[in-house]
Design a protein around this ligand. Structure first.
Ligand SMILES: Nc1ncnc2c1ncn2[C@@H]1O[C@H](COP(=O)(O)OP(=O)(O)OP(=O)(O)O)[C@@H](O)[C@H]1O
Ligand SMILES: [Mg+2]
Length: 224
């Protein structure tokens, strides 16, 4: 059984009397343990697709199953619980909390889950070291570069060891060497933590370095 089974997903936006058909019958299976890149032109619908499969946004039609469980049949409380427990997000904008340090931002999801603070902070610190920010743990988001903030957001997305990581251009603000480092980190968490990941990127070379490559075009997901 696939970890993620997406069938005939449709999603449109309606704005100023106009309809934009973004997802037009997306089909996709992702097996547990896969590391997948997703490319596609700007505006093709990559972020929309991640939001839909991450249950942040409801599709107009279609089905979504995780480990055989129909997500779209859950009620709001069940979906929220499922999302917290299963999915880690790295958004295109980092959405870090400005008044907290990098370490606090990364540990926050674990603290909200009432994990022991000592454990939460130790793991958060290790993740920050892994993304190359061991020397920035006490910086607030306003005291970080754009790429550093994005790396903090990646560490935060990993702190609960999600079954599925959805990363929307985690290397978008990074120089090539740091970007390659992040992709290396994604491969490591994929292999060592068993985290399945879908990574949106505009970097064709990094996309090709992933074991499986997808492209979003004409509202559908195909092999790249
Ligand atoms: N809330 C919204 N209301 C109306 N249209 C929207 C909304 N969000 C996105 N769109 C439109 O839907 C299309 C897909 O947007 P999306 O953000 O998914 O693209 P993307 O592939 O992630 O692009 P990029 O690579 O630039 O991030 C775009 O044409 C965008 O203008
Ligand atoms: Mg996007």
């Amino acid at each position: 059984m696939a970890l993620l089974e997406v069938r005939r997903i449709f999603k449109s936006y309606h704005l100023h009397g106009k309809r934009i058909d973004v997802l037009r019958g997306v089909d996709l299976d992702v097996e547990k343990g896969e590391l997948v890149s997703l490319i596609g032109a700007s505006g093709a619908g990559k972020s929309t697709f991640l939001h839909v499969i991450g249950t942040l946004d409801a599709p107009a039609a279609g089905t979504l199953h995780f480990n055989g469980r129909s997500v779209l049949d859950m009620n709001d409380a069940e979906i929220a619980e499922f999302r917290n427990r299963t999915i880690g997000f790295v958004f295109q904008s980092h959405f870090l909390l400005p008044e907290f340090t990098a370490l606090e931002n990364v540990a926050m999801p674990a603290l909200i889950q009432r994990q022991s603070p000592a454990k939460a902070y130790a793991w958060a610190r290790e993740l920050l070291e892994r993304v190359g920010l061991g020397a920035r743990v006490d910086h607030r988001p306003g005291e970080l570069s754009g790429g550093e903030a994005q790396r903090v957001a990646l560490a935060r997305a990993l702190v609960l060891r999600p079954a599925l990581l959805l990363a929307d251009e985690p290397t978008g603000n990074l120089d090539p060497a740091t970007g390659e480092g992040i992709h290396q980190l994604l491969r490591t968490v994929n292999e060592e933590l068993g985290i399945t990941a879908i990574v949106v990127t505009h970097n064709a070379e990094l996309a090709r370095s992933m074991p499986r490559q997808l492209r979003l075009v004409n509202g559908q997901v195909t092999a790249a």
